[in-house]
Design a protein around this ligand. Structure first.
Ligand code: PGA
Length: 343
């Protein structure tokens, strides 16, 4: 067991004392707890049990001779010392990540790691590109983190992943490189038996009469929809907000309203599934997917290769979207015929 620091000196023996008694794992844990604001979430992220995390932090705080966290109600927050250690941890872990990048670059594309962070809706497109990429480079280990735009921006700021797939950037930021690479059309979706499903060139104003299901605050699609209504001078009748595209599709089928979704999220439904696209003037809202990373941080060879691979993959994505759109067109024609026969 490491002897506890008696607190009389910051680290008796200086850095050497720390090197002998603290571990990189402990520093990684502290970094995760401060970043995620919770012992439990840090334990989950690092696949450890909570008692292990608590024990390691206790040891680290004994080594440093100072408490690193304090309890505030039901949450924990770092003490001033904890915050200082956190800053140092981020630097140390950042240096190790850079080293990993350099070493794996030396090994070429036979081995390596790609950490990709993607916005919620890009989960319908990113795995397919990743699949094709992994087929070509089987030695590369990939991880995919899916969360909404706001959280992706936080992860980008904290350099948590190598590369990100996001929607349209809200504003230009010189520090961030953002390369458009594939279409992301936003379409109006209703239940297949909705009276407007057979109409063509539906005027924009008609949307303001419908109950609208919106994505959660922080979502890129939500921002685009709210902006669209604002620019059209219309007030949306928001019936409910849901944090997932899948839940929204179920809510539409359940008769709760219409919504605006990415055509990517509907590809599997286009052959059926009880949904229809509405042909509203001004739609689709043509957005594009962007590959995003910090300019100041060198991309690894693996990340650079993935970026170029994704850009070259655009034609395949465009074909799949065109097929999905065509399938919905067929549904509309079928519904029109049915209505004409019934009339
Ligand atoms: P979202 O992002 O999934 O966070 O809505 C999609 C987009 O920005 O188009």
């Amino acid at each position: 067991m490491s002897p506890a620091n008696d607190g009389r000196h910051p680290f008796p023996g200086g850095a050497d004392y720390l090197i002998r008694h603290a571990t990189l794992r402990q520093l990684q844990l502290l970094e995760a707890i401060v970043r995620l604001g919770s012992f439990t979430r840090a334990a989950e992220e690092l696949f450890l049990t909570q008692p292990t995390v608590s024990m390691q932090i206790k040891k680290l705080s004994e080594t440093l001779g100072t408490p690193l966290f304090r309890h505030v109600g039901r949450t924990v927050e770092p003490t001033d010392a904890g915050r200082e250690v956190y800053g140092a941890c981020r630097e140390i872990l950042g240096t190790l990540t850079d080293l990993e990048v350099k070493l794996s670059d030396l090994k070429g594309l036979k081995r390596g790691r790609l950490r990709l962070g993607v916005v919620t809706t890009a989960k319908y497109v990113a795995p397919e590109i990743l699949g094709a990429f992994c087929k070509q480079y089987p030695g590369i280990e990939v991880s995919l983190r899916v969360t909404n735009r706001e959280h992706i921006l936080e992860r980008l700021m904290a350099h948590d992943d190598d590369l990100y797939v996001s929607g349209q950037p809200r504003e230009d930021n010189e520090q961030i490189e953002s390369i458009p690479f594939a279409p992301n059309p936003l379409v109006v979706v209703a239940r297949a038996d909705h009276p407007l499903a057979v109409e063509r060139n539906i005027p924009m104003e008609r949307l303001a009469d419908e109950s609208l299901i919106l994505r959660e605050p922080g979502s890129g699609i939500r921002d685009a929809v709210v902006k669209w209504f604002h620019e059209a001078g219309l007030e949306p009748r928001v019936r409910m907000q849901l944090g997932s595209n899948e839940a929204i599709k179920h809510a539409i089928v359940g008769g709760l309203g219409i919504s605006v979704l990415s055509l990517h999220s509907l590809r599997l439904e286009s052959a059926g599934g009880g949904l229809a696209l509405l042909d509203v003037d001004g739609f689709p809202i043509m957005r594009r997917w962007h590959l995003v990373h910090w300019r100041g941080r060198e991309l690894s060879l693996v990340a650079r290769t993935f970026r170029d691979f994704a850009i070259d993959y655009e034609p395949e994505i465009a074909v799949r979207l065109a097929n999905a759109k065509a399938a919905f067109e067929q549904t509309r024609e079928r519904l029109r015929r049915q209505e004409a026969m019934g009339a």
